[in-house]
Design a protein around this ligand. Structure first.
Ligand code: ATP
Ligand code: MG
Length: 601
């Protein structure tokens, strides 16, 4: 249901808001107040696949008209970086459509540029797609394995008089291409004979020329209003070792002379790509037509942009190379590897990709929606535990020094089948420093001198005093008494308390490191300002805290996810060990997205 579509020039972002359930439009001002501008949300009730988008319509028509018998899609990453959440959208669309229409989806590495590509990226891409829950089965392909075939295609075009060898430099070609208002100028080499072109092209392959000395260009139309049709370069000379074909080739085909032909060779029915390729479609179609090969249908959709992050691989690479983050799988990055290490579940990412839907207009999605999808999943499935992140000692003066006892703590109130576990109570505990205020602010319902609160699962306690470090003035101990008539955290006389605190027994707790991650950028759109995007990095995107956890957590498996009561969702980091447990904060408990939606109910 698409209700509101508004363009806001603010930040150069296109705002598209589609509220769930509601018929009346959103109050856009409320969005601005929330700093959450943009939603491109095609929400269907249970996040089931929305099968009314324009791509599905096209496919249904094509199948009905028998233009294609089987739906064959492909996901075509260039192995020049790690995949990000935008790629996840493309993966979900391509694999999703194939599954829905009983077809298949190929994984094809678009590896035509040996300069920037590496095996590491190929491995990570495969690993990421599998983790997301998709399987290309035996359909793993490399554009580079078509190099011989592509060369023959090029020869065919040369022989038809549809391609020529140009001696101009890349710079000269760029200059003579013209502009949107001016036609291009024909290259002085454009009218070479077919024989000469063929001979030169074969010599290009043989290595007779240096890098950049010659190119092969399609002979189309230097006056075309579409710049892509002004004799685009098909091949360039690069004396470079390729990660797959090694030193077999010193000429490499350009993307535009590779992609459609690879699609054709694999019998792709629908070649789904992002909007920036719309202007390349006439060229895609031209090559296919001139070569007389299978004609896949190119369909463009809007790429995913997210607030508070950057998505292009070039920018992600800069963040990694300049060490603004700790590698491609830094939990603050929007890479699949980063999200995974952060604690995201594959299910929440797939759910997000379904909810944002497929549109034809570029927009930016509020990162709060991604977090919302994650929380929905974790709320159902993550085990609750207690951890104290910023600890202060709490001494229960009327509790015997040598005593300790167990209380049963429920593992997941959303799922009674998850059972319970024992937690140990004793005289000296840790509680969260923030849960105490010596001079309570108005509306502060947690612990303060003379105040009473519940210790979750255990007892009511009343604060009787504090001890401070004489030099720094910092509180070092809080003293209290417990009420033995409140076992399990419930009073027998009907007395109510407003605050409930989590806690750990100091003698039994295990120390742990908490990596408190926050947004990597402080700007909604770090690319929109006049400064370099790295100027908007959030200096507090990672804060490391030393605190305590329930002892069993020390043996949690890597990347296991938990809800730490009242503090947020966390997962064990891959750096974690039994002796030095490390937890990443996945996200806080407060759901800003749900809040926005509730406001608009
Ligand atoms: P980037 O611009 O981020 O570097 P790319 O387009 O160069 O990405 P490719 O490896 O060529 O990266 O992308 C593989 C596929 O993923 C392509 O079909 C591309 O259209 C799609 N894709 C890339 N970024 C996005 C995005 N933000 N949203 C949706 N699809 C995307
Ligand atoms: Mg690309």
């Amino acid at each position: 249901m698409h209700h509101v579509i508004k363009n806001f020039l603010l930040c150069g972002i296109n705002i598209v808001a589609y509220p769930r359930k509601k018929i009346a439009p959103f109050g856009i001002t409320e969005f601005l107040l929330y700093n959450t501008l943009i939603l491109d949300v095609n929400m269907s009730e249970n996040s089931t696949i929305n099968n009314n988008d324009f791509i599905r319509e096209i496919i249904k028509e094509d199948l009905a008209a028998q233009t294609y018998k089987t739906v064959i899609t492909r996901f075509p990453p260039e192995p020049n970086g790690y995949l990000h959440i935008g790629h996840a959208k493309s993966i979900c669309i391509n694999f999703g459509l194939a599954a829905e229409f009983g077809g298949r989806c190929h994984l094809r590495f678009d590896d035509t540029n040996p300069e920037k590509e590496e095996q590491e990226f190929i491995d990570s891409i495969k690993d990421n797609i599998r983790w997301l829950g998709f399987d290309w089965k035996e359909h793993e392909y490399f554009a580079s394995s078509y190099f011989e075939q592509l060369f023959e295609f090029a020869v065919k075009l040369v022989k038809k008089g549809c391609a020529y060898v140009d001696d101009q430099s890349a710079e000269e070609i760029r200059k003579s291409r013209g502009t949107l208002t001016e036609p291009g100028k024909a290259s002085p080499y454009r009218s070479r004979s077919i024989e000469e072109n063929l001979n030169l092209f074969i010599r290009m392959r043989a290595g007779d020329f240096k890098d950049g000395e010659k190119t092969l260009r399609a002979k189309i139309d230097m006056t075309s209003p579409n710049l892509n049709m002004r004799d685009p370069v098909m091949y360039r000379i690069m004396h470079r070792t390729h990660h797959q074909t090694k030193d077999q080739w010193c000429i490499y085909p350009m993307y535009d002379f590779t992609h459609g032909q690879s699609d054709a060779l694999e019998n792709i029915s629908h070649s789904i790509c992002t909007l920036e390729f719309e202007d390349h479609r006439p060229l895609y179609d031209w090559f296919i037509k001139e070569l007389g090969i299978h004609h896949p249908r190119q369909i463009e959709f809007a790429r995913l942009n997210l607030t508070f992050t950057v998505m292009s691989k070039r920018k992600l690479l800069k963040l990694v190379q300049e060490k603004h983050v700790n590698g491609w799988n830094d939990p603050r990055l929007p890479t699949i590897s980063g999200l995974r290490r952060r604690g995201y579940t594959p299910c929440s990412i797939r759910d997000f990709c379904i909810r944002i839907g497929i549109a034809k207009a570029n927009s930016t999605v509020d990162v709060a929606l991604l977090e919302h999808c994650l929380r929905e999943d974790l709320n159902k499935n993550a085990q609750r535990m207690m951890a104290v992140i910023n600890p202060v000692k709490l001494v229960v003066d009327n509790y015997p020094v040598d005593r300790h006892e167990e209380f049963q703590a429920e593992n997941n109130p959303e799922n009674p089948a998850a059972g319970s576990r024992p937690v140990i109570f004793s005289r000296t505990l840790y509680i969260e420093r923030d849960d105490f205020m010596e001079h309570p602010a108005k509306g502060f319902f947690r612990l303060f001198p003379g105040g009473e609160v519940r210790l979750k699962y255990a007892w009511y306690i009343k604060c009787t005093g504090i001890i401070k470090d004489p030099s720094s003035g910092e509180i070092t101990e809080i003293h209290c008494t417990y009420d033995p008539a409140t076992r399990g955290g419930w009073s027998t006389d009907g007395r109510k308390v407003k605050g409930t605190l989590h806690w750990l027994s100091a003698a039994h707790a295990q120390s742990a490191e908490f990596r408190m991650y926050d947004r990597l950028f402080t700007a909604i759109n770090p690319e929109a300002g006049d400064k370099e995007f790295t100027e908007y990095l959030n200096p507090r995107s990672l804060e490391i805290k030393k605190g305590f956890i329930e002892p069993v957590l020390a043996s949690a498996a890597p990347l296991q996810r938990f809800q730490f009561l009242r503090t947020g969702y966390f997962c064990t980091d891959t750096d974690s060990s039994r002796a030095n447990p490390v937890f990443n904060r996945i996200t806080g408990l407060k759901d800003t997205w749900a809040k926005i939606m509730a406001k608009n109910e």
